[in-house]
Design a protein around this ligand. Structure first.
Ligand code: HEC
Ligand code: HEC
Length: 189
């Protein structure tokens, strides 16, 4: 075979390049691995919830106490409660929380799934509380025959009930508790 030396040379070159590639790959990966090793151990994600101390003097609802050079675990998604039990409203004009899941209830230009049950005409069939009169009022306090555009997108104001913990400490007292606490001193009137 006339080209035998050439074949040997080509084979040797191929083998050499494979070796160089393998060495470069191992060396390179070791180096970048080494570079990442220090921050990787230092930035093991921190559980934001575990670190957050309610009433710790500082409100940090965004990072929840996780230092800026550390990565925080995103808190687990809250579970929607589907109990059909209404929660007490903290004040009369609070939009009540939704005591049922709303997954897949479409509200768009053509249909409003919420009004299927919460409209006046169907409320009895579905045993749902009908939306109150305010939902039929326009901004000039005129009553409309159908749901007001201002109240069309229900989830703008109403949220589902979840088991999410309070993000920041909060000392809110509703008016009944305030009155109850003030009642004894002024009891003689
Ligand atoms: C299949 C019927 C149905 C649909 C659709 C529906 N609901 Fe309800 N909703 C109910 C019923 C029944 C109740 C009463 C409590 C219960 O049984 O869950 C209720 C309760 C509520 C309450 C509590 C009212 C209060 O006084 O505390 C709110 C707020 C509410 N729904 C909002 C919505 C919103 C917003 C949507 C659309 C995203 C929606 N609902 C879709 C049937 C429905
Ligand atoms: C702009 C905010 C807003 C929007 C949008 C809105 N609501 Fe309300 N909703 C309220 C407020 C505030 C209350 C409590 C005071 C009141 O009745 O006006 C309320 C009360 C309710 C109640 C209780 C009624 C009662 O008599 O106890 C139901 C049920 C309800 N809303 C359903 C809905 C549904 C369904 C939609 C969508 C079609 C909707 N809301 C859109 C603010 C809103």
């Amino acid at each position: 075979m006339r080209n035998k030396p050439l074949v040997v040379v080509v084979a040797l070159v191929a083998l050499l390049s494979v070796l160089v590639f393998a060495a470069g790959w191992m060396f390179g990966s070791k180096r970048s691995g080494g570079d990442e090793a220090t921050p990787a151990t230092a930035s093991v994600p921190v559980d934001a919830r575990a670190i957050f101390i309610p009433g710790g003097g500082q409100i940090d609802a965004i990072r929840r106490g996780v230092p800026v050079d550390k990565e925080g675990h995103p808190p687990p998604m809250a579970r929607v409660e589907n109990t059909d039990i209404r929660r007490v409203r903290n004040y009369p004009m609070q939009p009540p929380t939704i005591p049922h899941t709303i997954d897949g209830y479409q509200v768009d230009l053509n249909s409003n799934r919420c009004m299927l049950c919460h409209g006046r005409s169907n409320a009895a069939t579905f045993q749902a509380p009908p939306v109150s009169v305010t939902h039929y009022m326009d901004r000039d306090a005129q009553f409309l025959a159908t749901i007001s555009p201002r109240r069309y997108f229900c989830s703008q104001c109403h949220v589902v009930q979840t088991d999410a913990p309070t993000l920041v400490a909060n000392g809110f007292k509703d008016i009944d508790s305030v009155l109850a606490a003030e009642a004894p001193p002024s009891g003689g009137h």
